[in-house]
Design a protein around this ligand. Sequence first.
Ligand code: NZQ
Ligand code: ZN
Length: 388
Amino acid sequence: MLGNFTYCNPTKLYFGKDALNGLNEELPKYGKNVLLVYGGGSIKKNGIYDKVIAILKANGKNVFEDGGVMPNPTNVKLNEGIERARAAKADLILAVGGGSVCDYAKAVSVSVNCKDDAWDKYFIRFEDVTCDIIPVGCVLTMVGTGSEMNGGSVITNHEQKLKIGHVFGDNVFPKFSVLNPEFTFTLPKYQMIAGIYDIMSHILEQYFSGTDDNTSDYISEGLLRSLIHSANVAVENPTDYEARSNIMWTATWALNTLVAKGKTTDWMVHMLGQAVGAYTDATHGMTLSAVSIPYYKYILPYGTTKFARFAVNVWGINPAGKTEKQTAYEGLDAMEKWMKKIGLVMNITELGATKEMLDGMVKSTLVYGGGYKVFDEKDIRAVLKASF
Ligand code: NZQ
Ligand code: ZN
């Protein structure tokens, strides 16, 4: 395990078919004013809204609403939410939705008591929180981001053509999250598989770094095998509870800081995907799937040993009689075949990206430099070009 680290995850999880009852345990811990944050209306159609409202009322809460949080929430909507939370004198922000709603709730929570412009402070200047934070709780309805148990918050600025994530500390993690796999049954297939690939990408971003023998990598391989198996089942039968519950649990562990421990971690697929997202507003998981194979083919020569291990331990490739490089490429081929089989988007053209956007996307791509190759502008351009 590389370096020194601390591990603390303060989010309490309620998991399973009865998980929503956890709200009865949590709500009494907070004041009367609850800001209920949700998306474009799916929770009203599938009945989750009514269930949550009934529990809030039974717990004597004053409910204030902030609906209409869009996928890839914007800085403009964020400013509206900050005003709503101030007007409500919110004691708790309850996010009911997917990663967009949870991310947005966290961004509101760190901005309500802060005078600075939230976008500039957190997403341009990457400053720490210097004001009182309103606690956040989540009821998750879409699986993939891990936002239910992490400090991530990704906001899009359409005017500046930037989509940027701030990973806050554990003081910003949701205080609790409700994970009922049945709440995800109504997701359209496109969203379900986008979420499945988001999970895979989170694991790979952490796995494809370092050359040391690291427990985190063994955990990641197990999570990947479970994810691939359950995804195959869920694609055939979206209401298979066993598969959907495994996918939900894997998503949480893929990005709740555990498998990053002792790792430098890469995040280049996410940086490329976010640049594509800034220009197209496409579904997050699909922006990742569309750039992944070109990216991994590009960096494979710099991390061949790890790609060969991935091929054997995750995709079951038999390395006998093959060079490490051959094994490594067979693993990527198996991954690409699987991605196509489950229906992922494999190029950015399908997401609305055009050649005219290329220069801008290259400029919007941030580089953290923890992976097998530290990218410069030329590398970014090459991978994005190969992704059309
Ligand atoms: O808005 P509604 O009507 O609720 O519809 C949503 C939305 O259109 C729909 N949906 C959600 N639950 C549903 C449902 N439809 C039917 N039944 C349900 N049960 O699904 C659509 C997508 O929802 P969204 O929340 O946008 O998806 P996701 O969870 O993938 O979140 C994406 C956002 O999270 C960020 C992404 O960049 C993007 O902005 N990420 C956050 C991360 C984090 N916090 O650590 C890390 C990720 O890498 C990611 O960047
Ligand atoms: Zn992601």
